[in-house]
Design a protein around this ligand. Structure first.
Ligand SMILES: [Mn+2]
Length: 360
């Protein structure tokens, strides 16, 4: 379903396209797919032919390939850390962006987290025993509890996308102003390629949104910082992948509505991760829609009223009984919830439009 508003739901965070994932998307009735760090050939960059094949496979099944999110960490690690290989890395990133454009893929979601995503518990008791993840800064602040830290690795070469133990990270110290310098350098190099090739770069906020983890600063931990990111190289091709879960971690419903009202009217919400948490930093836990910090219908209305007309995906969803690693059951619940919300706000818009016509 795509509403007359342009808002639509995509099945998200797929690591690869398979017959089963395409069938799942079609069964759910979504209009598109978003892939996260797809399993493609290439140790430094992705090629246009491989990318085009992804898009064509989706389209052959009537699905839109809405976006690819996240390059593997090692494609641009030195760009983030200011390491010696950043020149060759950024050339490969530029080539990958051009290849996305050539392949007809309109959006690259990305993040600028050299320290990656951290959690301090995973797959623990949520509602009714559903499996949810959470974060408590008291754990990450305590060196004696380093082995409780779990860190995401976006690298399909690894069997496990999560590593346990903060001590496993390379020793790295990056303060906030240095990391801003790296970000500015990176954007100056890649935004021109995005403009040339018609690919929108969509920045995901830092999850968790805290000032520093493991000696590495974290930049995009407030709505103001996301706005600053957009000012680095002002461009129609620079926008935000608005992860409502992460913004809710920052400041609950108030922060979520503030982000939508500030970024939406400027056309800067490229797409949305529609999920929520209970609690805000320094401690939060992921949860089902409807039991978190924000009221989902209110937020969906705010997105509509902000002029947002892009796609929405499920992002993280709690694991249900007998769920798969990908979380088919939890995701099916989240997507059905989003489709219901979208139907409700689309209907409201139709009623409002016909009331206006009637009054004319
Ligand atoms: Mn997200």
């Amino acid at each position: 379903m795509t509403t007359g508003l342009g808002m639509r739901v995509a099945l998200g965070q797929l690591p690869r396209l398979s017959e089963a994932s395409i069938a799942f998307a079609r069964q759910l009735g979504v209009s598109g797919i978003q892939l996260n760090t797809p399993d493609l050939p290439g140790s430094h960059r992705w090629e246009a032919s491989d990318l085009r094949q992804l898009r064509e496979t989706c389209e052959a099944s009537g699905l839109r390939l809405e976006a690819i999110e996240n390059l593997p960490n090692h494609f641009y690690e030195h760009c983030m850390t200011g390491g010696p290989n950043r020149e060759s890395e950024v050339e490969h990133v530029v080539a990958t962006i051009r290849n996305l454009g050539e392949a007809g893929i309109p959006v690259l979601g990305y993040n600028f987290m050299p320290g990656s995503v951290w959690r301090t518990w995973m797959r623990r008791d949520g509602r009714g025993g559903a499996l949810v993840n959470g974060f408590d800064q008291a754990v990450t602040d305590d060196p004696a509890r380093a082995d409780e830290v779990i860190i995401a690795r976006r690298d399909r070469r690894l069997a496990d996308p999560w590593v346990r133990g903060a001590h496993l990270l390379p020793t790295l110290q990056i303060n906030e102003s240095t990391l801003w310098e790296h970000y500015r350098w990176f954007m100056r190099r890649i935004v021109p390629a995005a403009e040339d090739s018609g690919v929108t770069l969509a920045l995901h906020p830092d999850d968790p949104p805290v000032p520093m983890l493991g000696g590495v600063a974290r930049l995009f931990r407030s709505v103001g910082a996301l706005e600053e990111a957009l000012d680095v190289v002002p461009s129609e091709r620079a926008a935000i992948d608005l992860c409502l879960g992460t913004v809710s971690e920052m400041g609950g419903e108030l922060a979520v509505l503030q982000a939508i009202q500030s970024l939406g009217p400027r056309g800067k919400i490229c797409y949305v991760h529609f999920r929520d948490v209970k609690g805000t930093v320094p401690m939060f836990e992921e949860c089902f829609l409807g039991e978190g910090n924000f009221r989902p219908l209110r937020v969906m209305r705010a997105l509509r009223d902000s002029g947002f007309a892009g796609f929405i995906l499920d992002d993280h969803a709690p694991g249900l009984v007998d769920d798969s690693d990908y979380g088919h059951r939890g995701r099916a619940h989240a997507i059905g919830y989003l489709q219901g919300l979208l139907e409700a706000i689309s209907d409201e818009a139709d009623v409002a439009a016909s009331a206006r016509t009637f009054n004319d």
